[in-house]
Design a protein. Structure first.
Ligand SMILES: [Zn+2]
Length: 383
C-alpha cells in the first residue's frame, strides 16, 4: 500500500479537491480516496495538482525515425501504401525499428503519458516487437494490430489488445465475418479504424460504396471508435453516437498533413466520447500539453467554443472510457497512474484557474511527480 497526498483532480468530472489522500494497493489499484489525514509516503507541495496520468488515444510509435521527413508532402506520399512511412518500415532492420519505438516510448513517458493506444503496423511481428520493448518502460501500451502478409487475423487478434484497421477499404467479407465473431466472444478487445481523415477517403468511399466511409463503418457491429473524423459532419457524428462508436481525433497531425482542423465543438455537442491523440511520432512529438494548447488555440481560430476542462478530459477521462479500461481518472478501482504538476512554475503561475493552467500553460518540465500503477516514475523532491 502506498499513499499519495496533495491537491488533486478527482473523479470523472476532474473536480479540484485540496488535501486529499489517495491509497494505492500493491496491485497498483486505487482503493481509497479520502480527506482524512494519513501518513502518506508522497506528500506533494501545496502548489502541485495531481491529475490522472495522461492517455494518448492514438499513436504510431514505430515511425519516430522519419521525424519531419514528410512535412510538405501529401497524406498519400507520407502514409500511403507506397509512401515514405511504409517504405521506411519495410526497408529497416529490426534493430532500427526497435530504436525508433524506444524513442517514442521515452518521449511519451517524459511528457506525462501513462497509457497510449497504438495502431501497430507489420502484423504479428510488429505486435511482438512493441510488446518486447514495452517490458522495459513504465507505460501501458494498448496495441491494436492489423493483418500483414500471411498473418491469420485470429492470431493478430489474440496477441494484441484489439485491431486497428487502416481504413474502410481494408475490410473484406472474410475479415468482417471473423472480426464480428471475435468481438462477440471477446468484448474487451478494442476494435478501431481510421475514418474520414481526408476528402479523398470520403470520395473513394462514395465511389466504392455509394456512401461516406463513416456511414459504411456504422454498418459493422464491432467498432469501439473511429480515428480522425476530421471531415465528419453533424450527420456522421449522430450516426456514430447512435451506433455507440466514439471518436479519437488528432488535430496536430491533421494540420501537419495540410488537412483541416477537426470539428471538435461539433464532436462534443454530438455527445460521442471524444479523445485526442498525437498520431504518428514522425509528425509531432507525443506531448499532451502541446496537444491541448494547440487544440484550444486552433478551436478559437476556427470559431469553435471549447473549454479547457473539456479538452483536459480528452486526454484523461474520455479515452479511458472509450477503451473501457479502469484508467484516466482518480477514482476508487482505477489504476494508480498520476502526474503531479507544479502550478507555481514560471509557466503556470498567475493562470486564471487550474484547467487553463494545465491545458494552455504547463509543459513537461512542470511535472514533478509521476506514478504508474502505484510505482514512482519521477519524484523531483526525492532526497
Ligand atoms: Zn493513425
Amino acid at each position: 500500500m502506498v499513499i499519495v497526498r496533495g491537491n488533486a483532480l478527482i473523479g470523472p468530472d476532474l473536480e479540484f479537491i485540496e488535501g486529499i489522500s489517495i491509497h494505492v494497493d500493491e496491485n497498483g489499484i486505487i482503493t481509497n480516496i479520502s480527506k482524512k489525514q494519513s501518513s502518506a509516503k508522497y506528500v506533494l507541495p501545496p502548489s502541485y495538482v495531481i491529475v490522472p496520468g495522461f492517455i494518448n488515444a492514438h499513436t504510431h510509435v514505430a515511425d519516430a525515425f522519419i521525424k519531419d521527413y514528410t512535412y510538405g508532402l501529401s497524406l498519400e506520399e507520407a502514409v500511403g501504401p507506397n509512401g515514405i512511412k511504409h517504405s521506411k518500415l519495410r526497408l529497416s532492420s529490426l534493430q532500427d525499428k526497435a530504436e525508433s519505438i524506444r524513442n517514442s516510448l521515452e518521449l511519451l513517458i517524459k511528457n506525462g503519458y501513462t497509457t497510449f493506444v497504438d495502431f501497430r503496423e507489420e502484423g504479428i511481428e510488429g505486435i511482438r516487437q512493441l510488446k518486447e520493448e514495452l517490458d522495459d518502460f513504465p507505460i501501458r501500451g494498448l496495441i491494436l494490430g492489423r493483418k500483414h502478409g500471411e498473418d491469420d487475423l485470429l492470431d493478430v487478434f489474440e496477441q494484441a489488445d484489439g485491431l486497428g484497421f487502416s481504413d474502410v477499404f481494408s475490410i473484406n467479407n472474410e475479415s468482417m465475418t471473423q472480426t464480428k465473431i471475435l468481438k462477440e466472444n471477446n468484448p474487451e478487445k478494442i476494435i478501431a479504424i481510421h475514418a474520414s481523415e481526408s476528402m479523398e477517403t470520403i470520395s473513394e468511399s462514395l465511389t466504392q460504396f455509394g456512401k461516406p466511409d463513416i456511414e459504411k463503418i456504422c454498418e459493422y457491429p464491432f467498432f469501439d471508435f473511429v480515428v480522425h473524423a476530421t471531415y465528419s459532419n453533424e450527420n456522421d457524428l449522430s450516426l456514430l453516437k447512435k451506433n455507440d462508436i466514439n471518436v479519437i481525433t488528432c488535430p496536430i497531425s491533421a494540420l501537419y498533413h495540410g488537412l483541416k482542423f477537426p470539428p471538435i465543438a461539433l464532436m462534443l455537442k454530438s455527445k460521442v466520447l471524444l479523445g485526442l491523440g498525437t498520431d504518428n511520432t514522425f509528425c509531432c512529438n507525443p506531448d499532451p500539453f502541446r496537444l491541448m494548447a494547440f487544440t484550444l488555440y486552433s478551436a478559437r481560430s476556427n470559431y469553435q467554443n471549447v473549454s479547457p476542462k473539456e479538452i483536459l478530459k480528452t486526454v484523461t477521462v474520455n479515452p479511458g472510457l472509450i477503451v473501457k479500461r479502469q484508467i484516466g481518472q482518480i477514482t476508487e478501482g482505477y489504476s494508480g497512474d498520476f502526474i503531479g504538476i507544479d502550478l507555481n512554475s514560471p509557466n503556470t503561475r498567475y493562470s486564471k484557474d487550474v484547467y487553463s493552467a494545465l491545458t494552455m500553460r504547463a509543459e513537461p518540465s512542470d511535472i514533478g511527480f509521476q506514478m504508474y500503477k502505484g510505482k514512482v516514475v519521477k519524484w523531483k523532491d526525492q532526497k
